[in-house]
Design a protein around this ligand. Structure first.
Ligand SMILES: *Cc1c(COP(=O)(O)O)cnc(C)c1O
Length: 240
């Protein structure tokens, strides 16, 4: 068995264990394999080990990889920062977009989806770690944004996503995850059905599942540590 298949199985087992521990409170959890900076052939190995959903941060890198993997039934998720001049490509090449945090971006995605008659799954990115984080909409601004995006055609709002700033403070991180869940519940109560909480990465996905995550985005626990490449693309993304 390949090292990737082994690591994938270990992560799947941990997710399963968390769900077992939660008993009747357990949610369905989708494992999203974050394959940024990994080659197409490695993605293929992980696919062959049974993984179907892959997350990418950089548009051009993802498109190049997809071109090598066209015959594979992969569900592609865009999880990186969204530049408005890339929305057309993102709408065309992805099934899900996690980091929507501005009306303008949503409008542009919606326009392209209308042109190509496609429905796109989106999550609104929420800034749950306060001043330290640059991306994501403030919690109190989510409802007004949601109301406007809800009116746009061809976008299916699935839920909320967050990338909290790294911290050693485990209880702080748990509070942040919990605050995202409570926000989702309040939006559901306000009449916006959603089924997705995209939160938790290699370091903290167990805690995220305990706090209600339905998608965990896992890179290094499957693929190993990423080589640090110093492109502007990388710097624009999260600092790791
Ligand atoms: C890179 C990345 C991940 C995966 O991070 P790991 O710590 O390698 O699991 C998850 N979400 C986003 C938005 C990322 O950019």
């Amino acid at each position: 068995m390949s090292i990737y298949a082994e690591r994938l199985q270990a992560v799947q087992a941990q997710i399963h264990q968390m769900q077992t521990n939660l008993g009747s409170n357990a949610q369905n959890v989708m494992l999203l394999a974050v394959s940024k900076t990994q080659s197409a052939s490695i993605v293929r190995e992980v696919f062959d080990a049974g993984q179907r959903a892959f997350g990418e941060n950089y548009v051009q890198e993802a498109i190049d990889k997809q071109a090598e993997l066209t015959e594979l039934a992969i569900e592609w998720h865009f999880i990186g920062p969204i530049q408005s001049n890339k929305t057309q490509l993102i709408a065309k090449h992805f099934d899900w977009v996690h980091g929507v945090d501005r009306l303008k971006i949503a409008q542009r995605l919606s326009t392209t989806c209308q042109e190509i008659n496609k429905t796109l799954n989106i999550c609104l990115q929420v800034n749950i770690s306060g001043e330290a984080s640059k991306s994501g909409v403030a919690p109190e601004a989510v409802l007004p944004l949601l109301t406007e995006i809800h009116a746009l055609p061809q976008l299916r709002i699935r839920g909320l996503m967050a990338i909290p700033e790294p911290t050693q403070n485990v209880e702080l991180q748990r509070e942040r995850f919990k605050s995202l869940r409570l926000l989702k519940e309040s939006l559901q109560a306000a009449g916006y059905p959603m089924d997705t909480l995209s939160m938790g990465m290699s370091e903290d996905f167990g805690m995220a599942i305990q706090e209600g995550a339905t998608i965990v985005r896992i890179g290094s626990a499957i693929f190993g540590a990423r080589p640090s490449k110093q492109t502007s693309d990388t710097q624009a993304s999260i600092g790791k």
